[in-house]
Design a protein around this ligand. Structure first.
Ligand code: ACO
Length: 339
């Protein structure tokens, strides 16, 4: 199978500050036992006061650039998947460009008919952001064969959690991930195919406030609607169905059976959801990689955090067939095949 998109470098970053289940026991009516049994999560990393998502996104980007052994001047696109951006505007992508010092190589100071202009923007596919980003990158690479794309996932959901709501606040953590995507050169993994979907009828199942729906005046107090809210049970059901069906669709389209898959990495939301999808797909338990116990649900960044660790442990290997799948607010979902 030929690919038009290769992962040439990969990096991740999590804040140093952590919140364990025992920390939650001190601030709300919950227990380590309840959280572990219902979700599999033991710990999460959260942004420190002086930090923001562009800081961890920048760290992940630097790691991916170094891993790909490229110079930052080769980057033509910065695409950021986030449902917890630092501001409504400017985009996190532009903040990363500024931190990387891209202006000196492809900004307004150096604009000329000879230099390619840098493209920067954010997009929101919630927890499916990395899979959506792979599809976006494939489309850009078809239009611009020499593009070098920095695809980043940047999430700071701890800033939109209601720490008085035990049903949501225990689930999420902050993290960033980054990959360099190209259609040429040395690479770690090839992106064989991607399939994505969405259904806006389920818009109310997961909501994060703070946009223009919130008609605020100076001096207004924030209320519950400012924070993430979720109908957990409903999300659980749709997550299992969406990830299973999109994965089967992708396998069929590529004439593959589940027995051809060496490694399965799902969005790290909840251990029970991952087990349910794994069972429906019929994938061997040994081929399922998870690390959500350390990080919680880091939205768009969770698959990259898992890929990074699986690679470090020698489990995610070039040439082996890896199936990725994700599900998130919107509702959105998607699956991708790597080799
Ligand atoms: N500690 C103790 N008890 C709790 C807690 C807690 N942290 N949270 C809820 N409970 C209680 C509830 O109040 C309820 O009590 P009651 O029966 O007295 O009313 C009981 O536990 C059962 O609550 P449920 O919500 O039915 O529990 P469930 O087994 O469904 O687990 C969970 C909840 C973990 C949220 C689950 O539904 C889930 O994982 N859903 C999917 C969420 C998800 O993965 N979202 C991903 C997408 S996010 C994105 O895209 C940004």
């Amino acid at each position: 199978m030929n690919s038009i998109c290769y992962i040439a470098g990969l990096g991740t970053s999590v804040p140093h500050t952590t919140l364990s289940n025992f920390d939650f026991e001190k601030i709300m009516d919950t227990s380590d036992e309840w959280i572990v049994t219902r979700t599999g999560i033991k710990n999460r990393h959260v942004l420190a006061k002086e930090q923001n998502v562009s800081d961890i996104a920048y760290e992940a980007s630097i790691k991916a650039i170094q891993d790909a052994k490229i110079d930052k001047s080769e980057i033509t696109h910065i695409l950021v998947a986030t449902c917890s951006p630092q501001n409504l505007s400017p985009s996190v992508a532009c903040l990363i460009a500024e931190k990387l010092g891209m202006s000196s190589v492809s900004g307004l100071q150096t604009i000329s008919p000879k230099n390619p202009s840098l493209v920067c923007f954010d997009f929101n596919a919630a927890c499916s952001g990395f899979i959506y980003g792979l599809e976006l990158a494939r489309a850009f690479l078809m239009l611009h064969r020499n593009a070098t794309i920095l695809l980043v996932t940047a999430e700071g959901l701890s800033r939109r959690l209601n720490y008085q709501d035990r049903t949501t606040s225990i689930l999420f953590g902050d993290a960033a991930g980054a990959v360099i995507l190209r259609d040429h050169g040395d690479y770690l993994y090839s992106v064989l195919d991607v399939s994505i979907g969405a259904d806006g009828d389920y818009k109310d199942l997961i909501r994060i406030g703070g946009g223009t729906e919130w008609q605020a005046k100076v001096g207004d107090r924030i209320d519950d609607t400012f924070f993430l809210s979720m109908q957990g049970r409903e999300v659980f059901k749709h997550a299992v169905r969406g990830m299973t069906q999109e994965s089967f669709k992708l396998l069929e389209r590529n004439h593959l059976a589940i027995s051809d898959i060496d490694l399965f990495i799902a969005h790290q939301a909840n251990m029970r959801i991952i087990e349910a999808v794994g069972e429906r797909l019929g994938i061997a338990k040994d081929n399922v990689f998870t690390n959500l116990e350390k990080y919680g649900n880091t939205s768009a960044s969770s698959i990259l955090l898992a890929m990074d660790e699986a690679r470090e442990k020698g489990i995610l290997k070039k040439g082996n067939k890896t199936l990725l799948t994700a599900f998130g607010a919107g509702l959105t979902w998607g699956s991708a095949l790597l080799s």
